[in-house]
Design a protein around this ligand. Structure first.
Ligand code: EPZ
Length: 429
């Protein structure tokens, strides 16, 4: 195990050793949603007191957000999956480069700093493994809301000189982050803001539910048009984070790839409305009852034929890699079309090292199902790619060593423990 000392924090470079070819069985609890926890942690800044968040996953991206809150002068303490955040004594409105760079989605702090402090200074989030991560939709919306934004030396300087102007904002693309930043800024505007072509992801609804519990007046979250009536003050509240639908899809892929029967506890069925049909087309029996989903996979999966990623409620881009891993041994061809990010196939070369037969042409990837995968040393390059390698290694004959597990820990809470509880032979080395 390589240990790197960086600043005062120690990064342990972890690897997984997976002995594949084993069936899984049993029941697991699905963790809270990373993509709901992150914007809600930012939203606590809008309340000038204490909020309590339940079902928060233990993730490095959540830790990065907590470091930002503490830098700003807030108190944040965790006990197991409960986070208590008290933003009463917040005194800064800037986020330094090294904290911004730790997590691509830290741009979500922009709106709340402007709404609370009237100004914000943070460095541009830069790109990430998925390709450039532009924020033009965020910035044009905030400018429309009367925020003066200047970009200098990779830094954003924002000032709401005359407060936040209520506006009608038509998004050219239903960006999740932009929708969240506009909501978070508009809750304190002097009037009503309307967002059209808004993102409809469940995490947007969860954020709106948290904000309304704090005293905001938001309607239409989860639809294309969201109406935010500005209020004077927000008050901390307690809120339980929704389950992580992408982690659920990941566990389902692991079960399907190993011809297993597994039950997931804590799923919201309609959050998986575009995911479940793919597993049924592949020959799996799926049953849902009282917040539990049971998947029963056949000996060999059929190809689900065509999967194109789309904004919610379409098939989620975050599930593309793990479902691709599941189709590597299915019978027939599966065609993937990645419509959301421009380079989200970094896991393909590594899956081919395990014996898969995948070809990529631009945003299209074609998986020609093979009979067997065999263990190898592979390296993960991004969060969902890492999860895909874990899924594939479980169905490969022999041992697989997966490096770059730090990517996995951004979004999966003790994933090796989850898989071990289902009977998988996964060791962290
Ligand atoms: C959120 O990212 C999620 N992250 C992503 O999950 C997810 O893949 C994505 O939404 C799509 O569902 C969090 O919620 C923390 P977008 P976000 O703005 O907000 C382009 C994971 O694996 N775009 O909807 O960054 C952008 O380049 C992560 O958990 C602009 O062009 O996604 C991308 O191609 C990865 N200009 C597309 O829109 C902008 O101003 C979707 O981006 C903003 C986005």
């Amino acid at each position: 195990m390589r240990v790197e000392i960086f600043c005062e924090r120690v990064f342990v470079v972890a690897k997984f050793l997976v002995s594949g070819g084993r069936k899984l069985s049993g029941e697991v609890k699905v963790q809270g949603s990373k993509n709901s926890t992150l914007p809600i942690l930012a939203a606590t800044i809008l309340c000038e007191d204490e909020s309590v968040l339940f079902n928060c996953p233990k993730l490095s991206d959540v830790d990065a957000s907590i470091r930002i809150l503490r830098y700003l002068g807030c108190r944040a303490t965790r006990s197991d999956s409960t986070l208590v955040v008290d933003t009463t004594d917040m005194k800064r409105s800037d986020i330094p480069h090294e904290l911004m760079r730790e997590m691509r989605s830290s741009i979500i702090f922009l709106g709340v700093l402007i709404a609370r402090c009237g100004r914000a200074k943070l460095s541009l989030p830069g790109g990430c493994e998925l390709g450039p991560r532009p924020i033009d939709l965020h910035l044009s919306a905030l400018r429309q809301m009367g925020i003066e934004i200047t970009e200098q030396h990779g830094e954003l300087f924002c000032v709401a000189t005359d407060g936040i102007k209520p506006s009608k904002i038509a998004l050219s693309f239903p960006s999740v982050g932009a929708t969240e930043n506009i909501m978070l800024t508009a809750v304190k505007a002097k009037g009503t803001t309307i967002i059209t072509n808004a993102a409809k992801e469940p995490e947007i609804e969860d954020l709106a539910e948290f904000l309304n519990r704090c005293g905001a007046k938001i309607s239409g979250a989860g639809e294309s048009t969201i109406v935010i009536e500005g209020v004077q003050k927000l008050y901390g509240c307690s809120h339980s984070i929704i389950p992580d639908r992408i982690v659920a899809a990941t566990i389902m892929s692991a079960a399907a790839g190993t011809s297993s029967k597994v039950t997931l506890d804590g799923v919201i069925q309609n959050h998986l409305s575009a995911i479940v049909p793919v597993f049924e087309q592949a020959g799996c029996d799926i049953s849902c009852k009282d917040g539990k989903l049971t998947i029963d996979a056949p000996y060999r999966l059929r190809s689900p034929k065509l999967i194109r990623t789309m904004p919610y409620p379409g098939f989620p881009t975050d599930a593309q890699a793990v479902v691709m891993a599941m189709t590597c041994k299915s019978s027939g061809l599966t065609v993937f079309v990645e419509n959301i990010f421009e380079s989200r196939y970094k896991h393909v070369d590594e899956l081919n090292r395990l014996g898969a037969n995948i070809k990529v042409e631009g945003k299209v990837a074609v998986v020609d199902g093979v009979r067997h995968l065999s263990g190898a040393n592979v390296h993960s390059l991004d969060l969902r790619g890492a999860a895909a390698l874990v899924v594939a290694s479980l169905s490969a004959q022999g041992n697989t060593q997966i490096s770059g597990i730090n990517h996995l820990e951004r979004g999966y809470d003790e994933f090796e423990v989850v898989l071990q509880s289902l009977g998988a032979d996964v060791k962290r080395i």
